[in-house]
Design a protein around this ligand. Structure first.
Ligand code: AMP
Length: 599
């Protein structure tokens, strides 16, 4: 393996590399740097984030540009503001001994005038997001007509985000004879077509599965009932007391919901998604970087460009729609030579996706069971014991030692240890004692007790005639009841009525919501049925008794007048809800144990 000197880098760069403490070039650097230094050629590199690719294009670019000139010579396009800033910072570090170097970041959401001013001072390298770059070109605030090097970083992500047109437009303002270096974690058709269209005879290098970074990531999947996803997530977190993780959800709403639930349950968690303002996102990322947040719940789009090196676990709360996205997710861990675990929580219907992902990443997943309650208790206890064992004694305590000794005068060592650990352990033990087994086999059997006793099956007076199929009805219920994807199940739609199930724990929420609910000008009636819906079909309906009275026993006049006083459309209900104080926290066991937050 070559050293950085042997790759041909100059003294200014070697000095910066020494300051940064990089001892050896990474694989992508070994492969790309010598070629890019020696030849004026296009390059396509298949490399994920975390492999050291910024330096792979950054070192050659810094060495080749003329620092004494104020002309813009290098342009790097990246998909997100975060990545744009990250690349800019890295380049500044790499070029700290290149006197006169000016690297400018151009991205949306910040003052365009200020960015234009910085460019005007003479930026040899511009790092930009496509949208803002296009804007600045059209306003003639930048001149890229003389660039010699262009980099398309995370090209697959840029295309995923719909930047094809912008990229094409930007490149049309650059000279034909420049070199283009394209970096991408995956090579979908669109990226290949960009390479074909804008590059001439590129050298191709792959730092795929052989690279140090990805071989550091192990992949595990956990099969659970879809509706146990959240409980499973908590167990995975509890079974890994020092977890520092990114949890991926598919939608912004799920991301927010899962983060809120985690926070309510006492975990140090935060949400990162596109509905947050840039300021809010910056704050969350700052807390995550400082490790004040242990679990960052994110959407794929928002998580692009997360450049945190110590992430221990990536948890796929839900699998992505595009399985290629899995590569990006798992690449957030196992960075910079560290090991990492990428975990997937899957329902039975998604297991085949695991097989497809295995083909893409060319690695096998390990099927694991969600740890049992007692396993978690043991892990937590031993983790605490180790922490206590490794704690440096604070001599501030010496002053109080006599009083403490007096208190424990009659307590022997074993007893003292038991008492000490019980303080923390009892919380976990009480929560997990008798907790059900969440693991399911691939044939669908629950490893633990049958769930049918925990479910409620409902009758609802809408059906096919009203335009519903099972999927539409499920979506409708999820939406109006503000439930997660897996909280409504066994949906069975008949002609004029339907059935569905929820966990028994939310029965009251469902029933009270439908007390007076009107949709499309019609009252929607939901009642409990006796049949649990194990087999497809309805089963006998039992009218719900509330307030000691059968609903239909109510005199019609009374029912009408009560409804007319409280009638609300979906929108009205929502409006009122958002104004009302936060609901009282449920006392259900799923809300416990609360974790002590890290400060
Ligand atoms: P990147 O793939 O460019 O996002 O780099 C991931 C991380 O690895 C960054 O924090 C870099 O500073 C770091 N890095 C890059 N090259 C090396 C190297 N040769 N040795 C150690 N760390 C590196």
């Amino acid at each position: 393996m070559s050293t950085f000197q042997e790759l041909g880098l100059n003294t200014d760069l070697i000095n910066a590399i020494n300051d940064l403490g990089f001892t050896q070039p990474s694989e992508v650097q070994q492969k790309a740097i010598p070629v890019l230094l020696e030849e004026e050629r296009d390059l396509v590199a298949l490399a994920q984030t975390g492999t050291g690719k910024t330096a792979a294009f950054g070192f050659p670019m810094l060495q080749k540009i003329d620092i004494n000139s104020r002309t813009t010579q290098g342009l790097i396009l990246s998909p997100t503001r975060e990545l744009c800033l990250q690349i800019t910072n890295e380049l500044k570090l790499y070029g700290k001994y290149c006197n006169g170097l000016n690297v400018v970041a151009i991205y949306g959401g910040a003052s365009i005038t200020e960015q234009a001013k910085q460019v005007k001072r003479g930026a040899q390298i511009i790092v930009a997001t496509p949208g803002r770059m296009k804007d600045m070109i059209s306003r003639k605030l930048v001149d890229i007509s003389k660039i010699q090097y262009s980099v398309l970083d995370e090209a697959d992500e840029m295309l995923n985000m719909g930047f094809y047109e912008d990229i094409t437009d930007i490149l049309s303002h650059t000279p034909m004879d420049k070199s283009t270096w394209l970096f991408s974690a995956t090579m979908p058709r669109e990226v290949a077509s960009i390479a074909k269209k804008f590059m001439y005879d590129p050298i191709e290098i792959t730092v795929g599965n052989k690279n140090e970074s990805t071989s550091q990531v192990s992949h595990e999947y956990y099969l659970v009932n879809g509706r146990d996803r959240y409980l499973a997530l908590k167990r995975l977190a509890d079974a890994n007391p020092d977890i520092f993780s990114v949890i991926f959800c598919r939608t912004k709403r799920d991301t927010q919901r899962v983060a809120e639930k985690l926070v309510e349950d006492g975990y140090s968690a935060g949400a990162l998604h596109g509905d947050l303002s840039q300021n809010q996102r910056d704050l969350v990322m700052k807390s995550f970087r400082n490790k004040q947040i242990q679990m960052l719940v994110a959407t794929d789009v928002a998580a692009r460009g997360i450049d945190v090196d110590d992430i221990t676990h990536v948890i796929n709360y839900q699998l992505p729609d595009e399985i290629e996205t899995y590569t990006h997710r798992s690449g957030r861990t196992g960075r910079a030579g560290k090991t990492g675990v990428s975990m997937v929580i899957v329902a039975k219907s998604e297991v085949r996706k695991i097989k497809s992902i295995e083909r893409i990443i060319k690695k096998e997943f390990q099927k694991k069971d969600i740890p049992s309650g007692m396993e978690i208790c043991e892990v937590q206890l031993m983790s605490l014991a180790n922490k206590v064992h490794n704690t440096e004694v604070s001599h501030e305590i010496d002053t109080y030692l006599n009083s403490i000794n007096a208190l424990f005068e009659d307590t022997d060592k074993d007893e003292l240890i038991k008492k000490f650990f019980s303080v923390e352990f009892t919380r976990f033990f009480n929560y997990y004692k008798g907790a059900k087994d969440l693991a399911v086999t691939e044939s669908g059997d629950s490893g633990g007790k049958s769930r049918s006793g925990d479910e409620t099956r409902y009758f609802i007076n809408v059906g096919r005639k009203d335009g519903y199929d099972w999927m539409k009805l499920k979506d409708f219920l999820k939406e109006i009841l503000e439930l997660g994807r897996d909280d409504v199940f066994k949906v069975d739609v008949k002609d004029s009525f339907s059935f569905f199930n929820t966990e028994k724990a939310i029965e009251e929420k469902v029933l009270s919501f439908f007390t007076d609910f009107k949709h499309n000008g019609r009252f929607v009636n939901v009642e409990i049925t006796e049949n649990k819906g194990g087999k497809r079909g309805g089963g006998k309906r039992r009218d719900r008794k509330r307030d000691g009275r059968r609903r239909d026993d109510k005199p019609r006049g009374e029912r009408r007048s009560r409804r007319s006083n409280t009638l609300e459309s979906k929108g009205d209900r929502r409006g009122r809800r958002s104004d009302s104080p936060k609901p009282r926290r449920s006392k259900s066991p799923s809300d416990r144990p609360r974790r002590s937050r890290r400060r």
